[in-house]
Design a protein around this ligand. Structure first.
Ligand code: DC
Length: 224
């Protein structure tokens, strides 16, 4: 069967990574969490007390940031410069800065270049904001996920709690709204539905239902 690329885009906390991971598992494909890469860069700037609004600082820092993914005990883990940063990149302090960092063209160029390399052999499910429009415009399947804002907030709040991160529900919602606003209005590669993307609203869908719908779409695009 032909190995395809599945591109999943959408607003923050729509369940993109849940769907992408489940699809990758079912199809025996690699999973690319592009948001984790922008989070890693953000963590680097914060931990090194670097001013990311200064283009010279950003240019000097980017070559020092090496990101890779590993699967450990069935879990996807993000590594930066050899260190497992999977937990740190999910913290609120990173969530608060990641959208402004993602507007920087030099950062996007560096990340997109690496992401394209990861998809060279196809057989990959990637999620993010510009996957179907910029990273893999030739993806065989593009899904644009949406869900009601309150439902997204509660999902994100629960996810943080499960990771031992105690955040205020309203603060989580404010962060989602703010990130959606910045992500969809930035000049470079804003979040937007690709013309050929299929919209799935999962507000009232179970994880199994959205997986089933998406796998059906994927299999339709895999000629023997
Ligand atoms: O998917 P996430 O919430 O972990 O992504 C974090 C941020 O990274 C998101 O607010 C915007 C940015 N991002 C991006 O600009 N482009 C992508 N392809 C993925 C994420």
């Amino acid at each position: 069967m032909k190995r395809i690329i599945v591109a999943i885009d959408g607003y923050s906390s729509c369940g993109k990574s849940t769907l992408a991971k489940a699809m990758a598992k079912a199809l025996h494909y690699a999973y690319l969490d592009s948001g984790a890469m922008y989070r890693a860069v953000t963590l680097y700037f914060l931990d090194h007390h670097l001013d990311y609004n200064d283009p010279a600082v950003v240019e000097a820092a980017l070559p020092n940031i090496q990101i890779h993914f590993e699967r450990i005990d069935g879990q996807n883990r993000t590594f930066m410069n050899g260190k497992d940063i999977e937990h740190d990149i999910r913290e609120m302090r990173v969530s608060e800065h990641v959208s402004p960092v993602s507007t920087i063209s030099a950062v996007r160029r560096a990340m997109v270049q690496q992401q394209k390399m990861m998809g060279k052999r196809r057989g990959i499910v990637a999620d993010g904001r510009d996957i179907g429009t910029v990273v893999f415009p030739d993806a065989e399947l593009k899904i644009f996920l949406t869900a009601d804002l309150d439902v997204r907030t509660s999902r994100r709040h629960l996810e943080l709690a499960a990771k031992g991160i105690d955040a205020d529900w309203h603060e989580v919602q404010r962060n989602l709204e703010e990130r959606d606003r910045i992500d969809s209005t930035r000049a470079d590669s804003p979040l937007t539905k690709a013309d050929d993307a299929i919209v799935i609203d999962n507000t009232l869908l179970s994880e199994e239902q959205q997986l089933e719908q998406s796998l059906k779409l994927a299999r339709e695009r895999m000629p023997n």
